[in-house]
Design a binder for this molecule. Structure first.
Ligand code: UTP
Length: 408
């Protein structure tokens, strides 16, 4: 792409401010900016102007799930189906670790955060310990695919190498990068991170499977005969990965996907809720729920929209591949994004100043047609580290780890 082509194109989408500092740039910076413009998918910017239309409407109703008592009663049956699948090598794990963790404010990949007190215990390490319990139980390693982004890839890979993969065999660990998307200001104008480079952010956790395809990892999945992928968030230190009972229950249910859920603790808890929309599983965000829906009760007196998702999903691989090219919504999320202002000065905002474009894994669930909500005990499996202090923070996660017998 030449300067003139870039200028013409950016004018056509009202983003010519991107070339504002062209005259200040050296040859190499100019070439790299042109390359970035060429590589960036600016079509996501259209979503800035129709943010409210994501929900898609349709008839919403509660979904039936497996409650703790149901699971307890059939635990052995589910566990034996799950263990057999694990022993046969049919299961892979996908760690979603491409996020920026801006709320935690830690300078490094979130998984490299030290949650320990008297000795180091990194989030990655704790999750590997959880996975190793399953490995020991079934006697087979689970291939682990780790999603990173341009912003944390090298730091993540180096961290794993420096810690000898936390005793997991390196041949079972693969890293892949997700895509980036431009961030815009309140007027929808793309921000610059430097005079000669765009402010790009990871494009959400919804593109993990297509990023695996782009990285060539689906060949690895096929070669290993993997039929189920367990995708999970980096920030839950009680995350149970490749859980044989969850796996077995999902396989026995005949569903194409399974979602670990916790029962909402109050009608207004800020979690996405699994429900049915026009007969298909769907996750609605807490802010998309009407007051009436949030408070609705079923005949047992439980909240009708009960199941909060904890970002631990099982996906049937053939089904997920069959819908891989279907479009999922792009969410516009307000975040803090450092940028260069019109005078060329760097600004590090203290409050959210920009909008990022993200696709979300929860929108993949709908495409899977069927999904099993699988209840887990909140205190045993859900300790998210989102914030430095307060709710879902380092403190609350530490307390929950200790409650579960982890020595900090
Ligand atoms: P969050 O929604 O908590 O986003 O991610 P975040 O970017 O990590 O954190 P904040 O909002 O800036 O504080 C939930 C999970 O999805 C992953 C995260 O790494 C985490 O495991 N994720 C998020 C990605 O892998 N890629 C993304 O682009 C965003």
């Amino acid at each position: 792409m030449t300067y003139h082509q870039a200028k013409e194109y950016l004018q056509s989408i009202s983003q010519e401010q991107i070339l504002r500092f062209w005259d200040d740039l050296g040859e190499a910076e100019r070439a790299s900016l042109l390359q970035q413009i060429e590589d960036t998918d600016f079509s996501v910017l259209e979503n800035f102007y129709h943010r409210e239309k994501l929900d898609g409407g349709g008839h919403t109703e509660p979904i039936q799930g497996l409650r703790l008592a149901d699971i307890r009663a059939r635990r052995e049956e589910f566990a034996s189906v799950g263990r057999a699948a694990l022993r046969a090598g049919k299961v892979g794990a996908v760690l979603l670790a491409g996020g920026q963790g801006t709320r935690l404010g830690f300078d490094g990949p979130k998984g490299a955060f030290n949650i320990g007190v008297s000795k180091p215990l990194y989030i990655f390490e704790q999750q590997v310990k959880n996975l190793l319990e399953v490995v020991r139980d079934v006697g087979a390693f689970v291939p682990l695919y780790i999603m990173t982004s341009d912003l944390n890839h090298d730091a993540t890979v180096n961290f794993w190498q420096a810690h000898d993969y936390f005793s997991y065999p390196a041949e079972y660990v693969r890293f892949f990068k997700q895509e980036m998307a431009p961030a815009v200001d309140g007027q929808g104008k793309v921000l610059l991170a430097e005079k000669g480079s765009l402010a790009l952010s990871p494009n959400g956790n919804g593109g993990w499977l297509s990023s695996m395809r782009r990285s060539g990892l689906l060949q690895d999945v096929a070669a290993r005969g993997i039929e189920w992928l367990n995708a999970y968030a980096v920030d839950n230190v009680l995350q149970r990965i490749a859980d044989p009972v969850f796996l077995g229950a999902t396989i026995v249910s005949g569903c194409n996907c399974g979602a670990k859920v916790v029962c909402k603790s109050d009608p207004h808890e800020r979690v996405g809720v699994l429900c049915l929309q026009d007969g298909k599983p769907n996750i609605i965000e807490y802010y998309e729920m009407s007051e009436e829906m949030a408070k609705q009760r079923d005949e047992r007196g439980d909240l009708a929209y009960l199941y909060g998702v904890i970002l631990n999903y099982l996906f049937n691989v053939p089904k997920a591949l069959s819908v891989l090219d279907k479009k999922i919504p792009v969410h516009v999320v307000e975040k803090k994004v450092p940028y260069v202002d019109e005078r060329g000065e760097k600004v590090t905002p203290a409050a959210p100043n920009a909008f990022k474009f993200e696709t979300l894994i929860l929108d993949m669930v709908r495409l899977m047609d069927t999904c099993l909500p699988f209840e887990v005990e909140r205190e045993r499996e859900f300790a998210p580290v989102k914030n430095a202090v307060g709710t879902d923070s380092v403190e609350t996660a530490r307390a929950l780890l200790q409650k579960n017998g982890v020595c900090l």
